[in-house]
Design a protein around this ligand. Structure first.
Ligand code: RB5
Length: 174
């Protein structure tokens, strides 16, 4: 199993703790940023990590921000991403067993690193149960499809190729 992991500035320290946990279990991962404590915008990191998952090079993603909420909202905008913001292990495990979540979102200002590690461990060890849940997951996909906006090609924006650097928040912003 290969993990795509990312955080904003608020989630940076917890992400480092989770990387240490992944190292200890020899679970391969790639860190898609942010890499400094400077304020940055969580939707950009969420998009980068989710794109990596959709590329099929990565099996699951972990996203960390202050609450886990912004990351989960951003990630769930992307087709075929099922992101679960969890602050205890039971929901994380069930999000995999029943909802086939492929992204776990954690709030560094909500859960301490010890609990976040237990949540992550439970989620990584859990397996999707399929069967009756597949019908419901298929329904989620159909909702996505019903509301999908037809793709209109656009000129690439700088943030598409260099998503973190441009439009940096003003210095001192949280
Ligand atoms: C950053 O201050 C904070 O808003 C962000 O990390 C996250 O909690 C948003 O959902």
């Amino acid at each position: 199993m290969k993990i795509a992991i990312g955080s904003d500035h608020a989630g940076l320290a917890l992400k480092e703790a989770l990387k240490a946990y992944l190292d200890s279990r020899m679970i391969p991962y790639e860190d898609f940023g942010t890499h400094t404590a400077e304020s940055c915008d969580y939707p950009r990191i969420a998009e980068i990590v989710c794109k990596a998952i959709l590329s099929a090079e990565f099996d699951r993603g972990i996203l960390v921000c202050g609450t886990g909420i912004g990351m989960s909202i951003a990630a769930n905008k992307i087709p075929n991403i099922r992101a679960a913001a969890c602050s205890e292990p039971y929901s994380a495990i069930l999000s995999k067993r029943h909802n086939n979540s492929n992204v776990l979102c954690l709030g560094a200002r909500v859960v301490a690193s010890g609990l976040a590690t237990l949540i992550t461990e439970g989620w990584l060890n859990a397996a999707y149960e399929g069967e009756r849940h597949q019908r419901r997951v298929d329904m989620l996909t159909r909702i996505e499809q019903r509301y999908a906006i037809p793709f209109a090609p656009q000129a690439p924006r700088e943030e598409d190729t260099n998503p973190i650097m441009p439009a940096e928040p003003p210095a001192g912003e949280d």
